[in-house]
Ligand binder design. Sequence first.
Ligand code: 13P
Length: 248
Amino acid sequence: MRKKIIAGNWKMNMTPSEAVALVNELKPLVACEDADVVFCVPAIDIIPAVEAAKGSNIEIGAENMYFEEKGAYTGEISPNMLVDAGVKYVIIGHSERREYFAETDETVNKKVLKAFEHNMIPIICCGESLKQREQGITIDWIRQQIKIAFLNVTADQAKTAVIAYEPIWAIGTGKVATTEQAQEVCAAIRCCIGEIYDEATAEAIRIQYGGSVSASSAPELFSQPDIDGGLVGGASLKPDFGKIVNWH
Ligand code: 13P
């Protein structure tokens, strides 16, 4: 039985002091034993958020990471910096990073390998555009993203990974994918992992849905056999996140 994992992606929101206030506000609301709860926060909020989350069930994650150890990479954050700050999860390859910051499947793969090397759990994002969905190439596209993201990743590592299926057209639009659409793609992702590795790895890996998840859409989405939780943007900044975490 896979444990659900519900993660907030704060994106570029919340100053350090606002982050502390939000963690303190949400802490009692997201208390939950049967799901992992992660707040992925801007880099500058990580240290105060880790401090504020102490003693609670909240794990703090990062929204991005560089794939080199250290050196002349102005503005980047290294895996060691994240680990030392208390980070366990890191979002890799969010569609906003692919669109605005030129991330590619290849850089995603490098970051995924680096995250595992440092014993962090990558939340690996994939998803199709509206045009790709209309062209009927969604599954082919996602399979390609997954195959490249997992190049040289071992089965033991893959078993611990989290994949977030986030259709780009559903992000921040209020236009949530139908339960059938979300389940269909998450099942196809699990099948693809089974082809790359084996049945045990496919059964172990956790697959989230993301894109306009709300307290009202979460219960049906999270009840699907291949959806193991959500990656939540806008609603993770509000008390509603407590309802999403405690969806059943
Ligand atoms: P929204 O929940 O705001 O649509 O954002 C989804 C997302 O991009 C999470 O990573």
